[in-house]
Design a protein around this ligand. Structure first.
Ligand SMILES: *Cc1c(COP(=O)(O)O)cnc(C)c1O
Length: 469
């Protein structure tokens, strides 16, 4: 290659930083991929990579919440992830509760999923022709999620919600969509109104670039506010195509439905001839085989899936009543398509993950890990005399830094964000990675051990001292 160079050994002894005398640096040796950048500063590799990233990628990231804007500081770069752990390019290892934002329910890089990817890929990575994995995935979804009679595969959660609302509009021949404040349904134009997740973290619940005429077709109601919903339907019921809801809203922290709320959505949509869409992109296959709809005994008309269903590869799905799904092309008038939809490698990964979860009685085990964490958190809050609000369902959790009971987005926003930022950084500096925002849900995986949870409890207790002390 070039002339003189010096090497830094980090993380596992493999050379990942090589400096050349012309000021360029080899930042990463990923087998056949070498990354050579001009480096502007000294410091940890993550800092150097982020500098380069800022030059070529808007904000340095490919999804906004990764930029750490809500907690300050800079993101770290991942080199490797296995089980409950992530290693950064500087050799630091972290107990991870982000789990690639939901998909990694077995932990990172589970053997069953990796093997399925290998064996599928050997036969071809994409066909654009029907393949057997599609049939098996569709059959599995219909078997596990009882409200789904027919299903179509897509490549992300956003595609699933986008397609589901188009279908609902086409089927009902109505335009209005009702969503709830703080619910995030991906970056679909008409759903990026008062949304959660990155949109919330950045204090811009609405995005530029969405025509006002689109946003007008979306009506936003506060979560858990049945009277507001009834008033809306009384006035505009004939125009409403669908209600879309995260049945356990998990993108503004974790906000649980009040008793009867989900049933009232089912009742009011049925009464007015609108469809009920459950966005279970986060909760589907995370909490039970049949998602929240199984746990709560509610039957939506359409369901959106993503995250866990792809085993870490880009997969989404939407499905539901056969008469509604048959409105899709080629059977019906609603167009929807995808070059890579039903991709064999991605579906092999997803199927392997679902089967492994079933084989290991995943939901029972995750509930017991969740309980273990919950006991530690509640004891810690009690010891410190803090009335902060803790919410959990199975392996999903959120500690709100507020004493206000959180029933909607307004309540969630009472959280002490400065204290959260201190807490987050203290945890990160001590080997525990929670999501870099108060308005996200944490995830426990099958790979988290009781020792991991005990270590996390120790770190979190010290972090709370640092945050409020
Ligand atoms: C993550 C998420 C989406 C968007 O999925 P992407 O794969 O990021 O497009 C939609 N709805 C919910 C509830 C989600 O959590």
């Amino acid at each position: 290659m070039r002339g003189k160079f010096s090497q830094q050994e980090r993380g596992g002894g493999r050379s990942i930083a090589t400096s050349f005398d012309d000021g360029k640096e080899l930042l990463f040796d990923g087998g056949p991929i070498l990354i050579i950048h001009e480096v502007m500063s000294n410091g940890p590799l993550s800092t150097k990579l982020f500098e380069s990233a800022l030059k070529y990628i808007p904000g340095g990231v490919n999804s906004p919440v990764r930029a750490f804007r809500n907690v300050g500081g800079q993101p770290f770069f991942a080199r490797r992830a296995k089980g409950a752990r992530v290693w950064d390019v500087d050799g630091r290892d972290l107990i991870d509760y982000v789990g690639t934002w939901g998909p990694a329910i077995l932990g990172h890089a589970p053997v069953a999923v990796i093997e399925a990817i290998h064996s599928a890929a050997k036969e071809g990575v994409s066909f654009g022709i029907p393949n057997p994995y599609e049939v098996e995935m569709a059959r599995t979804i219909c078997e596990w999620v009882p409200s789904i009679q027919k299903v179509r595969m897509v490549n992300s959660g956003t595609e699933a919600t986008m397609s589901a609302i188009r279908l609902a509009r086409g089927f009902t021949r109505r335009d209005l969509i009702v969503k709830f404040e703080g619910c995030y349904h991906g970056h679909v134009d008409s759903l990026l109104v008062a949304a959660g997740s990155g949109a919330l973290t950045h204090g811009r619940p609405d995005s530029a670039g969405i025509p006002a005429a689109f946003a007008e077709k979306t009506v936003v109601v506060p979560l858990n506010d049945v009277p507001a919903l009834e008033a809306l339907f009384a006035q505009r019921g004939q125009e409403i195509a669908a209600i879309i809801v995260e049945p356990y809203p998990a993108n503004a922290g974790l906000i649980l439905p009040q008793p009867g709320f989900l049933q009232s959505l089912r009742d009011i949509t049925a009464k007015h001839g609108a469809l009920l869409i459950f966005d279970e992109v986060m909760t589907g296959f995370r909490l039970a085989k049949g998602g929240v709809q199984e746990l709560e005994g509610i039957t939506p008309d359409l369901t959106c899936l993503g995250k866990v269903i792809g085993g870490g590869l880009p997969v989404g799905a939407f499905g539901g009543r056969a008469d509604v799904m048959d409105f899709l092309a080629p059977n019906g008038p609603v167009y929807q398509a995808g070059t890579l939809s039903g991709n064999p490698v991605a579906l092999a990964a997803g199927l392997a993950q679902l089967r492994e979860l079933e084989r290991q009685s995943g939901y029972t085990h995750l509930e017991s890990l969740g309980q273990m964490m919950e006991e530690a958190v509640l004891e810690m809050l009690k010891k410190k005399g803090l009335g902060w609000r803790w919410y959990r369902r199975g392996s999903m959790f959120c500690l709100f830094f507020t004493e206000t009971e959180v029933k909607n987005l307004t309540d969630a926003k009472t959280a002490d964000l400065a204290a959260f930022a201190k807490y987050f950084h203290h945890c990160l500096d001590n080997g525990v990675y929670f999501a870099p925002s108060q308005f996200e849900t944490g995830f426990i995986s099958m790979a988290h051990s009781p020792d991991d949870l005990a270590r996390t409890a120790e770190v979190a207790a010290a972090a709370i001292n640092a945050a409020v002390g």
